[in-house]
Design a protein around this ligand. Structure first.
Ligand code: ITT
Length: 234
């Protein structure tokens, strides 16, 4: 969905010399773009902020939470795919903002559970459940299958929209395995049971930098950065 949408990039949001770091002489030649994240999940926001701060390229992405997000009627995320939910969220919330809005729909796909929790990852153990309750339910369900297949995949779809028009929808995955018990105190959500074989750690045992390097969200974010960098307006 990236083709043909670059022309919608509005130069008003991409300002040379307006990067807050520029005054410190750190990134004076960089071009900045401000993106508003529409999310109720502090873990996602924290990761987007870290990802944008560590960007080594010529583009400085400044991340802020969409102002007044908590007061808006929530978007109904009932579509069967991550892409539809991410695009729907970005389009809906872009109606409340003057600047480009980023939405992330993500979750954990477990083949032995027929893809659950999948798009229902946030509400898997009920609307008000804690991360620990979601993790507990997943471990119980997986044990109950008696299936030795522990494969799991984190999926992240990021959508960018402005004034009700979609600019891009980008996705990425991280492949791993579900452990029998949680390990680690970092990250959020299902991170303590998601083991990443190349680093021999769960996502919750990794540093923020390590998770962002290997995670579904980190990879999707770098695609977003590449999309922005390829804009003829930049
Ligand atoms: P918003 O829709 O407001 O952004 P949300 O938490 O409801 O927040 P989703 O509908 O995309 O977001 O659900 C994603 C769920 O998947 C999230 O609540 C976690 O339980 C899980 N999840 C996604 N990314 C994760 C990650 O990096 N680590 C651990 N769990 C993750």
């Amino acid at each position: 969905m990236t083709g043909g949408v670059n022309s919608r990039m509005d130069h008003a949001n991409i300002k040379e010399g307006q990067n807050p770091l520029a005054g410190r002489g750190l990134v004076d030649s960089r071009i900045s773009v401000r993106l508003l994240v529409a999310s109720s999940n502090p873990g996602k926001l924290r990761e987007f902020r870290a990802l944008s701060a560590s960007d080594p390229n010529d583009l400085a992405i400044n991340i802020d939470l969409l102002s007044g997000f908590d007061q808006l009627a929530p978007f109904d995320e009932s579509a069967p795919t991550f892409a539809e939910n991410a695009a729907g969220k970005a389009l809906y919330y872009s109606g409340f903002a003057q600047e480009p809005v980023v939405a992330d729909d993500s979750g954990l796909v477990v083949p032995a559970l027929d893809g659950a929790p999948g798009v229902h990852s946030a509400r898997y153990a009920g609307p008000h459940a804690s991360d620990a309750e979601r993790v507990g339910k997943l471990l119980r369900e997986l044990r109950a299958t008696g299936n030795g297949d522990r494969r799991a995949r984190f999926v992240c779809v990021i959508a960018l929209a402005r004034y009700g028009q979609a600019w891009c929808v980008l996705s990425a995955v991280a492949e791993g395995e579900i452990l029998d018990e949680p390990r680690g105190a970092g990250g959020f959500g299902y991170d303590p049971i998601f083991y990443f074989p190349p680093l021999k750690k769960t996502f919750a045992e990794m540093s923020g930098e390590e998770k962002n390097l290997h995670s579904h969200r980190g990879k999707a974010f770098r695609k977003l950065r590449d999309f922005l960098l390829s804009s003829p307006r930049l």
